[in-house]
Design a protein around this ligand. Structure first.
Ligand SMILES: Nc1ncnc2c1ncn2[C@@H]1O[C@H](COP(=O)(O)OP(=O)(O)O)[C@@H](O)[C@H]1O
Ligand SMILES: [Mg+2]
Ligand SMILES: [Zn+2]
Length: 502
């Protein structure tokens, strides 16, 4: 008979909240009731923790047991509370001394044999513990490296329930694995690999410097895929906050490689065009998994062969592009994940994927193919360019091309200038709100805007397109170290959006 509490963490999206797992053991027919809005996984947990306790050599209290998870209003998903539940039951019903867990959260799923198994979302969970002032965390061994990314929390590992029981009795130690140097991220692909293709290189550099979304059209082999994969390597590395956000999302998705450190390079996600809408935006039962758009948060979402994606998948991108996050609405409630990414799209000009001079498809086929890229989506893509095939000369005569390192330096300087200018409204040109762009201090003279004015007058450009071009022109000036765009920039920006006006 008795009562006990052990703490754990529940996640809603990437936001953790420390919860209390309380157990009450009272006389009566042996039973186990779990309450506190548990989902299906939690009722399965009843059988799991009972078996795990037996197989750890402890005896299950043969009384009426009530386990409750607080606060009750919080939705609790997943199997990460198993270990805390088992410990609370043993403390309440079998006199297990849990004094050593007073300042700790316990995370981990239990196997039937009593092993403590890794769970998703350990980084945001330990972060939540830290913010709640909890000083320690007991986690599955495979999650130690991730848990240790949070400073100020003492992390110990337990490979089995039996080990924690032994530790609480003072007979055994928790594991203190030396997390070796974290596995370094592989080096980025270098822009120096892309020969010739000046236009492609220019557009990728502009995209990086202004955080513009970009769409590249062109024949197979023009280097579209190559260029997209080289964007993360010229983007500024993630700051601390951004790195934690990105890593937490990968933690919740379960895609963090074991032993990896914080994600510092902007991540690139390249979902295949056959990917389901759920794979793209997130979903699944229990704690919804973040989709590619959230795994690309603070990085790049690359839609290769974008005209091949289902229209529904492309439509699903509109909300995140506008709001920087995605809401997943399901029967069990709503989960929100951050999804602020830079979009890169690439497409062939025709579904036959032949070079233009060999394509004999009727023009209506080509128009219909790219027509799938809807207006509202393309409206947000500042840079839309047609790429030419690579010239043979570029491939044969060894040209000296700038490396990612050189370009990244220019990009970082341009970003710095832009961030200073748009403070506090935005950090990059693509994100500067319209009212700021139009503000009298930033407004460009009519003479500079001349090419755009003409395009609008001829009905070739919308008001939105006008503003997006102005943003790109600012990026050109920033890369060049000039204090404001000139007519040349505006004309080039217009050219880089020529496709949308067709
Ligand atoms: N500009 C380039 N410089 C060097 N190699 C290139 C270039 N463009 C294409 N290639 C070669 O062609 C291959 C296909 O390029 P890719 O980027 O997949 O073209 P796309 O996506 O436009 O069809 C690359 O793996 C690379 O070997
Ligand atoms: Mg390609
Ligand atoms: Zn064709």
């Amino acid at each position: 008979m008795g009562y006990a509490q052990v703490r754990s963490v529940a996640l809603s999206g990437v936001v953790g909240e420390v919860i209390v797992v309380e157990a009450d053991v009272a006389p009566g027919l042996p039973s186990l009731v779990v309450s506190g809005l548990p989902d299906a996984a939690l009722s399965e947990a009843r059988d799991r923790i009972r078996a795990a306790v037996h197989n750890s050599g402890a005896s299950w209290p043969q009384q009426r047991i009530t386990v409750n998870l607080l606060p009750a209003h919080l939705r609790k998903h997943g199997s990460g509370f198993d270990t805390a539940m088992a410990l609370a039951v043993l403390a309440a019903g079998a006199g297990l001394p849990i004094g050593r867990l007073v300042d700790a959260v316990v995370l981990g799923e239990l196997g039937l044999d009593g092993t403590v198994r890794p769970v998703r979302g350990v980084l945001p969970a330990v972060l939540a513990a830290s913010r709640a002032g909890v000083g320690a965390a007991v986690v599955p061994p495979a999650n130690v490296a991730e848990a240790r990314l949070v400073p100020g929390v003492e992390v110990r590992a337990a490979d089995s329930l039996g080990r924690i029981i032994g530790y609480l009795h003072g007979a055994e130690r928790l594991l203190d694995p030396v997390s070796g140097a974290s596995v370094p991220e592989p080096p980025p692909l270098d822009l120096a690999d892309v020969l010739g293709q000046e236009r492609g290189r220019r557009v990728i550099e502009l995209a990086a410097a202004g955080r513009h979304h970009v769409a590249m059209f062109g024949p197979p082999g023009a280097g579209k895929t190559m260029l997209a994969h080289r964007l993360p390597g010229i983007l500024p590395p993630l700051g601390d906050e951004e790195a934690i956000e990105a890593t937490a999302l990968h933690s919740v998705a379960g895609t963090l490689p074991p032993g990896s450190g914080l994600i510092r390079r902007p991540p690139l996600q390249s979902p295949h065009h056959t990917a389901s809408v759920a794979a793209l935006v997130g979903g699944g039962s229990g704690l919804a998994r973040p989709g590619a758009i959230s795994l690309a948060h603070n990085g790049v979402l690359f839609l290769d062969e974008c005209a091949e994606f289902q229209p529904g998948a492309l439509d699903a991108l509109r909300e995140p592009l506008e709001e920087g996050r995605i809401r997943l609405r399901r029967a069990s409630g709503e989960t929100v994940y951050p999804a602020r990414m830079q979009l890169v799209m690439a497409a062939n000009l025709c579904p036959c994927a032949r070079p233009p001079h060999l394509c004999q498809c009727p023009s209506v086929v080509r128009r219909r193919y790219l027509g799938r890229l809807s207006g509202p989506l393309m409206d947000r893509i500042d840079l839309q360019v047609d790429l030419d095939p690579v010239r043979s000369a570029a491939l044969v005569d060894t040209e000296i091309v700038e490396s990612s390192e050189v370009v990244a330096k220019r990009v970082a300087e341009a970003r710095g200038i832009a961030a200073e200018r748009w403070k506090p409204w935005a950090g990059a040109n693509a994100e500067a709100p319209g009212h700021v762009i139009r503000h009298h201090r930033m407004r460009l003279p009519r003479s500079v805007l001349h090419p755009l004015v003409r395009a609008v007058d001829r009905g070739r450009m919308s008001a939105r397109g006008f503003e997006r071009c102005v943003r790109v022109a600012w990026t050109m000036a920033d890369l060049d170290g000039r204090s404001a765009p000139d007519t040349g920039d505006v004309a080039e920006a217009l050219q880089m959006r020529s496709r949308s006006s067709r």
